[in-house]
Ligand binder design. Structure first.
Ligand SMILES: Cc1cc2nc3c(=O)[nH]c(=O)nc-3n(C[C@H](O)[C@H](O)[C@H](O)COP(=O)(O)OP(=O)(O)OC[C@H]3O[C@@H](n4cnc5c(N)ncnc54)[C@H](O)[C@@H]3O)c2cc1C
Length: 597
């Protein structure tokens, strides 16, 4: 089975959205999913609802035989084969297909982590970096779920600083390798058969190895007692002089960082998509509960305070979904039709690493917001285990920690863009310079980007956000030069602005698209985009003020703040009415209503 790549003609560079206008018709959206994508999503939803959610308690009691059998079911349904070339038994489908699947798996959180350990953290690095022999040996059995996979990068002393790993690899006289060390917090650690393990050759050259549990000297430790994800295995891995065949080096010796980073680039995008699926499940639970629960003689859904929550949960989920789908479309447009060569896929992931980090940070934080409000809407019932709200809330917290903490991802977002600018791949520096010249002239107004009739004000506001980002990043580069990376607070404020730009623009472009195609939910999509952009304006202005005040003082600061005020001079809109409309629609249908897939 093959699906056509999404109908976007785009083949842009990662990060170019900061400087360019994007026509609404160019972005990939959930509304553009093909029938085959929808079928994959439906198959996954049916599997999760019928076979995973009913047995979550058994998984939470660590029934790993059950976890294995569910992974095998994923294999039977083709859910593990999406990104794998046909010659190894895969389907070689586009990223939109992967997205359609992981979004639906997201709400099962614990099992989603097991699935992610298999598909994203073991199968994917083999597809990207494996030799034909390695692929032939391992992929077919990973795709059926006969083998369970895992990825062991972190150690007790090196999590964020993963390249400081102490696990050692020593070459033996016969050409094989001996691995010794201990890994921590490994998903699927208790029952996986195959591990992608990172070790330093002679304590120096960071390298990835393919290691089987069956190799003598390999063992896994006790299950961690976690805050959430009780139905997912997380253990240490102990390697005591484990002999690994010479042919099991994954990628090149000393190039383990490439394997690790490219795997994470995709993992971050995928996590953003899982979070978007989690948001939808929580809105469904919250809207249904709010319609049924009565206080003061009426359903709590009729109270403005509850409508505010449901409306905001919907608007933020809409923005998240929009940016995740847009990113899938960009990767697919870059990759083109199958067959997809592993190296080309790795390059495409690297190209959109900024967008993947944005998806990870926005996804995990929007999900946490949505799940917190879901507990609140459930009141006391939200705090007890009889309802899903409590579990959703605990299970989600780790999303801000793994796949690179949100702090690390925030540092990466502007950092990667600036690195590209310095290499001449993104004309960010001349754009910042032009803006600086404008800033000194009082005529700077809100940006005008592509008027198309619908959401023109919001698109102008997004244009203004872009100017704010250029002002903050340009001032930071000028103020700190090469020492900018030491100024993490300023870099993180810049990241917050960039995240709001990408999310806001993605929401506006999707709503414009829905409007021009007269989609059934177009009006609500427009309202969701307006709510999101209106609130983003307040966040962007606050982040910019804090950043500028850290970098300048006196007259210079006054000039910059005056320019900022002119750029983000935005009239507030009646978001109360719009949130009410979004909430009422969710309550009347008992679910998130802006995605029909
Ligand atoms: C349930 C679970 C499953 C996991 N699964 C896997 C897995 O399958 N494979 C695997 O390899 N790992 C896995 N991990 C490990 C996970 O990736 C790490 O926990 C994560 O990378 C953070 O590392 P750390 O815990 O050492 O925190 P630290 O790196 O010690 O960070 C602590 C705090 O300091 C901040 N910080 C650290 N460095 C900086 C810096 N330079 N600048 C600013 N702030 C900084 C962090 O953002 C964080 O807030 C898992 C963890 C959990 C909890």
């Amino acid at each position: 089975m093959t699906t056509a790549p999404p109908s976007t003609s785009l083949s842009r560079k990662g990060g170019s959205w900061l400087l360019d206008e994007t026509p609404a018709s160019d972005v990939f959206t959930p509304e553009k999913l093909s029938d085959e994508h929808r079928l994959m999503a439906k198959t996954t939803t049916e599997f999760v609802e019928a076979e995973v959610l009913p047995v979550l308690e058994r998984l939470e009691n660590k029934d790993w035989q059950l976890a294995r059998s569910l992974v095998r079911r994923c294999g039977e349904l083709g859910l593990l084969s999406i990104a794998v070339p046909e010659e190894y038994g895969g389907l070689d489908l586009d990223k939109a297909s992967s997205l359609a699947v992981v979004e639906q798996i997201g709400p099962s959180a614990s099992f989603a982590t097991t699935f992610g350990g298999q598909a994203n953290l073991c199968i994917l690095p083999l597809v990207l970096f494996g030799t034909p022999e390695q692929k032939q040996t391992y992929l077919p059995r990973l795709l059926t779920g006969e083998l369970i996979g895992a990825y062991a990068l972190s150690e007790s002393g090196s999590g964020s600083d993963a390249l400081a790993a102490k696990t050692r690899a020593t070459k033996l006289p016969d050409g094989n390798w001996s691995l010794s060390g201990e890994k921590m917090w490994i998903s699927n650690g208790g029952f996986a058969d195959l591990f992608i393990i990172f070790a330093k050759v002679d304590g120096e050259q960071f390298t990835a190895f393919i290691v089987e549990r069956a190799f003598p000297g390999f063992s896994s430790g006790k299950e961690e007692h976690k805050m959430g994800l009780h139905g997912s295995s997380t253990t240490p891995i102990v390697l005591q002089d484990v002999v690994v065949p010479a042919g099991n080096v994954l990628g090149e010796i000393g190039k383990g960082h490439k394997v690790a980073l490219n795997t994470l680039n995709y993992g971050r995008f995928s996590l953003g998509a899982m979070c978007s699926g989690g948001c939808r499940a929580a809105i469904k639970a919250a809207a249904t509960y709010a319609a049924q629960r009565r206080q003061f003689g009426q359903p709590i859904a009729s109270f403005g305070a509850i409508k505010h929550k449901l409306g905001e949960m919907t608007a933020r989920t809409y923005a998240l979904e929009s940016l995740v789908y847009r990113t899938a479309g960009l990767i697919d447009a870059t990759l083109g039709p199958a067959p997809h060569d592993g190296a080309a896929v790795a390059r495409a992931f690297e190209e959109y690493a900024v967008e993947a980090s944005i998806a990870k940070v926005a996804g995990s934080e929007i999900l946490d917001y949505v799940l917190d409000e879901n507990v609140q809407i459930h009141g006391g019932n939200g705090f007890v285990k009889d309802y899903t709200a409590e579990r959703y809330y605990r299970d989600a917290r780790v999303n801000r920690i793994f796949e690179g903490t949100n702090e690390i991802n925030r540092l990466l977002i502007p950092g990667m863009l600036i690195r590209r600018a310095l290499k001449g791949e993104l004309p960010l520096i001349p754009a910042a310079k032009r803006l600086q010249d404008e800033v000194l002239s009082p005529s700077v107004a809100t940006g005008g980007f592509g008027d198309q009739g619908v959401l023109d004000d919001e698109m102008r506001t997004v244009g203004a956000f872009k100017k704010v980002a250029l002002m903050v990043i340009g001032t930071a580069m000028q103020t700190y030069g090469e020492k900018l990376t030491d100024e993490q607070e300023v870099v993180s404020f810049a990241a917050d602005i960039l995240i709001d730009i990408y999310a806001s623009e993605s929401a506006v472009l999707r709503a414009r698209q829905a409007s021009s195609s007269r989609h059934a939910t177009a009006d609500l999509q427009v309202q969701a985009a307006r709510v999101f952009v209106n609130d983003a304006a307040q966040r962007v202005e606050a982040a910019a003020k804090s950043a500028l005040a850290a970098m300048a003082e006196g007259d210079t600061l006054r000039t910059l703040l005056a320019a900022l005020r002119r750029i983000v001079k935005i009239s507030p809109v009646n978001t109360v009415a719009m949130r009410r409309a979004l909430a009422d629609a969710a309550v009347s249908r008992g679910r998130y209503i802006l995605n029909e897939s």
